[in-house]
Design a protein around this ligand. Structure first.
Ligand SMILES: [Cu+2]
Length: 183
């Protein structure tokens, strides 16, 4: 009984995974997405949004879990359109004016490339994952995924330049892994 309690308290202790992601040229990979792959499952997020302001999508890169409904409000002074290429399926949410919004549910994992047919310079990415463990790197290329149960995980990394990485790791306590991306 004492031994079982000891094992339970040991396995209940969560750690973290953090480090720096770099591009093939050695520079920091800014807004790279790091997420766990494999048998972990997640719940849909209660809310998620890609805003449209000043002729751009904000945020430029985001992560949602499978089944999440993403809102695309138009908070700009001009009309925008939203069309998405998601796992080789195209969705067109139409053209709509300031103060209105359209939404889309992402029911499977994959990368959604968000575009505006009116303004070809507008673009955003929504990565749909099936794990609660993910992070987007900051300006230094640093990521931090907290509250990770100790164990063996697949890790995927994506950057909009096309550089990526995937590997397996065993995490315990606070693991530090720097990730050089390749094309
Ligand atoms: Cu636009």
């Amino acid at each position: 009984m004492v031994l079982m309690l000891a094992i339970l308290s040991w396995s209940a202790k969560n750690g973290s995974l953090s480090g720096r992601v770099t591009l093939p040229n050695g520079r920091p990979a800014v807004q790279a997405i790091v997420w766990f792959s494999g048998s972990i499952r997640s719940k849909a997020l209660a809310n998620a949004m890609v805003d449209q302001r000043n002729r751009s999508f904000i945020p430029h890169v985001s992560v949602v879990t499978v089944g999440t409904k993403v809102d695309f409000p138009n908070n700009d002074i001009i009309f925008h359109n939203v069309f998405t290429e998601f796992n080789s399926t195209k969705f067109d949410l139409g053209n709509y004016p300031k103060g209105t919004k359209r939404s889309q549910v992402f029911g499977q994992t994959g990368l959604a490339v968000i575009m505006c047919s009116i303004h070809p310079d507008m673009g955003a990415y929504v990565m749909v994952v099936d794990t609660p463990y993910y992070a987007i790197t900051d300006k230094k290329g640093d990521y931090h995924i907290s509250d990770v149960p100790s164990g063996r995980y697949g890790v995927q990394v994506w950057h909009e330049s096309g550089a990526k990485a995937s590997f397996e790791t065993t995490t315990s306590d606070n693991s530090h892994i720097d990730i050089p991306l390749k094309r």
